[in-house]
Design a protein around this ligand. Structure first.
Ligand code: NZQ
Ligand code: ZN
Length: 384
């Protein structure tokens, strides 16, 4: 096991009716900016619940943060925060709203070109504190310190991370899941699953606690998916979906292990160029990553085959083939199409994405840098 330091300061307030607990966790002295997305919260009652809980607080609103939050939109909020002297941010939404709010938190006091927060990973000494009311289980952003920001004007999608943007607290009420459209639930399930894979499917360095934890989350997502995808899912299915999505990327399974994240980096390029949903891009790319890197990841692939899918028969190669095919079948069972051609994307994609990486000085990805530019090409070509 590698050396590690671990701290996750985010308080989780979980359960039915927990949005009402907002007021007891906020301070009345600060001016609060409540951020949200394209309006789903106004249709499903979350907006009303939040407003009710915030009665008596000094709150301004900033709505309209897009899925894949856009830099130009967020900079409008940054300007308002500066003009109005906002002291606390409350994100009410999914990963996009939360990530966007983390960027606002970091940008308000940034001296210089705010885009550098993403290109140079520079975060100022002081960030505004933030909290979240999660409406879409998927990214784990409600309990982590990462954010991914798109800039459509120049077709870029970049991430940053800083301990200074961990939410102070996050409210997780599983009842918000009832209104999520099937396509978004599928995206959330696939995204959470692949977060675990990025931290688990690398090399085996004798980390049984992290590995069993990761397998537990993967199996829970597989078991919960069909119960959540139905039109009227029951409360416990929603609760298990929500908590597994948070646990998939709240850094509990990553201390001391090697991590990959190449599927995500390639997926972000597919979103930046073609506008595909995040969960869709990952479901396309992951089977290719597993196939092309099957020798480097052999020990973990065999562990995954056995402990997640109960595949114990056949040669090593046969077991790995089966595990890769079961993984792809799982994404398809969510209703996600897993080939580039399903989205009218041809082989030019490989050259295009590789050029984007090299022009940024990125020559390899993945654990120990094993995903070279040639491997990225191979992965994409294998997914045509
Ligand atoms: O904008 P509104 O109207 O709210 O609608 C949203 C949006 O259209 C809708 N939605 C959310 N909650 C709902 C709901 N509709 C009905 N009922 C509800 N309760 O769902 C749509 C998608 O929302 P979004 O926030 O974009 O989804 P998600 O949570 O999947 O976030 C995706 C973004 O997070 C980034 C992705 O790259 C992408 O930009 N990621 C962030 C990570 C992190 N911070 O750690 C890691 C991830 O790997 C990922 O990269
Ligand atoms: Zn993701």
């Amino acid at each position: 096991m590698n050396n590690f330091e671990f701290q996750n300061p985010t308080k989780i307030i979980f359960g039915k009716g927990s949005i009402a607990k907002l007021s007891e966790n906020l301070y009345k002295g600060e001016k609060i900016m409540m951020t949200y997305g394209g309006g789903s919260i106004k249709k499903n009652g979350v907006y009303d619940q939040v407003k009710k809980a915030l009665e008596g607080f000094n709150v301004i609103e900033f709505g309209g943060i897009e899925a894949n939050p856009d830099y130009d939109t967020l900079m409008k909020a940054v300007k308002i925060c500066r003009e109005e002297g906002v002291g606390f941010l409350l994100a009410v939404g999914g990963g996009s709203v939360i990530d966007g709010t983390k960027f606002i938190a970091a940008a308000v006091d940034y001296k210089g070109d705010e885009w550098e927060i993403l290109t140079k990973k520079q975060v100022p000494e002081e960030c505004l504190p933030l909290a979240t009311v999660l409406t879409m289980p998927a990214t784990g952003s409600e309990m982590n310190s990462n954010a991914v920001i798109s800039r459509r004007a120049i077709k870029e999608k970049l991430d940053f991370g800083s301990d200074k943007v961990f939410p102070v607290f996050s409210i997780l009420d599983p009842e918000v899941v009832y209104s999520i459209p099937k396509r978004q639930k599928a995206n959330g399930l696939a995204d959470s699953y692949i977060h675990v894979i990025e931290q688990y499917l690398t090399d085996d360095i004798d980390t049984p606690v992290q590995d069993r934890w990761a397998e537990g989350v993967l199996k829970t997502i597989i078991e919960t998916a069909p119960k959540v995808l139905v039109e009227n899912p029951d409360y416990n299915a929603c609760a298990n979906y929500m908590w597994s999505a948070t646990c998939a990327l709240n850094f509990f399974i990553s201390p001391g292990v090697n991590q990959d994240w190449s599927t995500h980096m390639i997926g972000h390029e597919l979103t930046a160029i073609y506008g595909l949903d995040h969960g869709v891009t990952l479901s396309i790319v992951l089977p290719g990553t597993m196939q092309v890197l099957r020798n480097d990841k052999k020990a973990k692939l065999l562990m995954y085959a056995k402990n997640v899918f109960n595949i114990t028969e056949g040669s090593e190669d046969e077991r790995i083939d089966k595990a890769i095919s079961e993984t792809e079948k799982f994404f398809q069972s969510l209703g996600i199409k897993t080939r580039l051609k399903d989205y009218n994307i041809g082989q030019e994609v490989a050259e295009n994405i590789c050029n984007r990486f090299t022009s940024r000085g990125v020559n390899c990805l993945g654990e120990h840098g094993i995903v070279t530019i040639d491997k990225i090409k191979e992965i994409l070509i294998s997914r045509l």
